[in-house]
Design a protein. Structure first.
Ligand code: URA
Length: 197
């Protein structure tokens, strides 16, 4: 069994949060185990909960278009969420849920070992860029311990707001060149602590 399949098996057994009781399917994540880029969204919505796959609803269709704009397919990247169960009514994830689910995301990052982590939306950004504002840092990269961290707006937000749509599309277009020159990007001087929920 691959490391990811083993991890998915463990995630499927997790009942740590109340929302696990109401889920239809757990949504661990999907994509290539050797992906260079990992996209991290917020939480499964209704469509994802039905299918057990991340980003398969309208926001996911838009993410597919964004990926295609830089010649990438879902199979070439890895897509995960901060939390793996759908919060009822698509409410925002609670700090305890983010805290409980954090270990799964950390294991995913360890296994995939991506060159670049792209955060989609505020909740995902907050884990890697503590106390930053998305309107200020979207489209900018930071390199820490040889990984490029890159914040983008959430595709669902961008779908409904024209100004964010322009920003997310422009930000996506910068990804290939960031990856291509990954070696030459300077490391942050002060390694930043990850936010602890
Ligand atoms: N929004 C997310 O953040 N993740 C999904 O998987 C779907 C919608």
């Amino acid at each position: 069994m691959s490391a990811l399949s083993e991890l998915y098996r463990e995630i499927a057994l997790c009942q740590q949060c109340e929302i696990a009781k109401y889920r239809n399917k757990v949504v661990p994540g999907e994509g290539a185990e050797d992906a260079d880029i990992m996209f991290i969204g917020e939480a499964p919505g209704w469509y994802e909960d039905q299918q057990g796959r991340p980003f398969v609803g309208p926001a996911g269709k838009y993410l597919d278009e964004l990926l295609a704009s830089v010649g990438l397919s879902r199979e070439q990247v890895y897509i995960a969420n901060v939390i793996k169960c759908r919060p009822q009514g698509n409410r925002d994830p609670l700090p305890t849920e983010i805290h409980n689910c954090r270990k799964w995301l950390e294991r995913q990052i360890e296994i995939i070992c991506p060159k670049m982590i792209v955060t989609l939306g505020r909740y995902s950004m907050a884990m890697f860029f503590p106390s930053k504002s998305i309107s200020k840092i979207h489209g900018t990269a930071q390199k820490r311990d040889n990984v490029i961290y890159y914040a983008m707006y959430h595709p669902a937000a961008a779908l409904h707001q024209q100004s964010l749509r322009r920003a997310i599309e422009d930000d996506m277009l910068k990804i290939p060149s960031l990856l291509a020159r990954a070696e030459t990007i300077k490391e942050e001087q002060q390694p930043q602590q990850l936010t602890m929920f």
